[in-house]
Design a protein. Sequence first.
Length: 419
Amino acid sequence: MNSKRLIIPRLSIMMFLQFFIWGAWYTSIAVYMSEVGMGSLTHWPFTVNPIAAVIAPFFVGLIADKYFATQKVLGILHLVGAVILFITPMTTSNHAGFIVLLLIYNLCYMPTLALSNSLAFRNIADQEKQFPMIRVCGTVGWIVAGLFISFVLSNMFHIVAEKTAMPMYAAAIASVILGFYCFSLPDTRPDAANMKVSWREISGISVIRELASPAFIIFIVCSFLICIPLAAYYNFTQLFLNFEQVKNIAGIQTIGQCSEFFFMLMMPIFFRRLGVKWMLLVGMLAWVARYALFAMSVPDSVMWMIIAGIALHGICYDFFFVTGQIYVDKQCNDQNRGQAQGLLVLITYGIGMLVGAQIAGVLYDRLLAGAPSLTAENWVKFWWIPSIFALVIAVIFFLLFKEKKSAATLNQTQVSQSH
């Protein structure tokens, strides 16, 4: 009985560490790479991450769900990932080796996102009420990671921690802690051990035929397209803040996660008033506004515009990604729900972010890295491109997406379950 009573805090600790690890290195890796002579390669960490996101569903579906207990797979992946993170900063003189090690690390980490959710869902009695309490600790973990890097490490060692390998070492230490901690979590045996599952089912591709409708196809296509300009934020905001001589970059970026936390609490109210189509559209337009604010802030280094652009993350992420997850869930039944969510992850975090990272990298090379000097004028051009791109997609979505009535009537319980 006591063990059951403690399951929520135990799983919450797991989720906190899960996202602390990601937030610790992800929000500062571009600044560190620029500092060690890899400024033209900063899009690669944000390329190997979605590559791993594409592969992750296959790993989870073919290995973790069929042969091994979830908590053991989680523990091993985090421990192996910790070793790789410790080694990676030692290879900065070998640029290709550095990128390859980041790829291997992400191949270890990205499956743990699905596995940690799966372990939580299978060990709680009321998913709708209990899972949000657990998942929100992941957002808190990301926030704490940024504050820890920018303020604790920087002040403790009197350095700019983002420009060093310390964030990677911090993530590695947290990975070791979580790796061993996972072995103490409830024994969660695979529930698909004797089932034959095809790669089409695991990736979610097979579900397209089942859910095919004009609205669903438009949603999937626009979800893919919007992730192309989205990638510019994750790839280059760190470098932009560094150009603007913003201190405590990782800490400043946590404003976005604080905004995400707030808007997640407010989403049920917005759902009742706006419905799915307008929620998705507002999310897309928030990306337009974010990049426009960045572009307009550059000539005079207007800090409030930069902060406002970062603070829009709550609307950018919650209104688009979380609403999209709920929309997909409303189109499904119990048999294809998991496959449909897998498809959405594949399209957005996988292929969309992968293509976006490469395009953003090319733009950066041509407008910024290839310029005689890193000028404000080039940054203005750089940020207007994804802003206009996102606006075009938003207009296409507005004109072509016809919302089904059932998808508009989402209640607070479903919002909580998706997040």
